[in-house]
Design a protein around this ligand. Sequence first.
Ligand code: DON
Length: 325
Amino acid sequence: LISKAFRQQFVIPEFVQFTCKIEETFRLCSENKDGKVASYIPQLAHMNPNYWGVSFCTVDGQRFSIGDDNIPFTMQSASKVLTYVIAHSELGAERIHSYIGQEPSGRMFNELVLNHNRKPHNPMINAGAILTASLLQNLVRPEMRHCDKFQWITRYFKRLAGGMPIGFNNAVFMSEIEDADRNFALAYYMKDNHCFPEGTNMESCLDLYFQCCSMEVTTETMSVIAATLANGGVCPISGEQVLQSESVRDALSIMHSCGMYDYSGQFAFQVGLPAKSGVSGVIMCVVPNTLGICCFSPPLDKYGNSVRGVQFCKALVDYFNFHRY
Ligand code: DON
């Protein structure tokens, strides 16, 4: 429905109606004061709970933003989609999924649990993303030094964003490491179950995972990354084919089933779009073949998803259903 709406030539009244609806929905969500800013990573607790911004980028490069679209925030778990597609593009599905499953865990994103094959359930939860980081480190261009590998990954992120600014929040990175008992426990639990490839150094693997979570963007930048995924791996801003289309296809499938943690089933049922949340308050949502959306508002629900972001995505889909585009 959304695809059809954005593809067809809006006549002025319809376009005005659509942007008015977006603004009306945005304002409604602004009034929602539910949720709590994440504090288990102390640095995140400093975020202003009133921040609220949404950006759109279509697959032909049109962009539209509303609210706090230029407030920087860390990607957190939204980075798990990027590390997955990069590893997938470099290693292929078979190799990656010999280490990581493709099933929702049905648990919290950092639950100490493996699947029946003693592997992480999927690459969208902490366990799976920590393992993806070890695959990037030890199987993708293993000759690279860790500093060069980080720079190589950062450049990949920037290509996905069409050159839009991507920063690094060192204070959040340090805060992640200082309060990382759960992730270290996850990593050593996986090591005890022989999940990692030969030669994995736990500390540097976790460093890479925390570094990717600490990459800093705005909703504008993240909406371009979402649009690159909507566009089969071709960035609508630069026109570059950054990813293999099969990698994007697999990432969207796993986002759809696992991207919103133990709310993924309800999100798939009520919104029906591939999405990935992060504890900074980000939600990246993809409308395949049409556009990418990024919402940002720090207050989270009990699942770790942005309260305003989830409300906005639901209202947007209701609008298109109602108007039967
Ligand atoms: O490792 C962590 O717990 C965080 N760096 C990322 C978790 C996260 O974003 C979960 N998303 N809702």
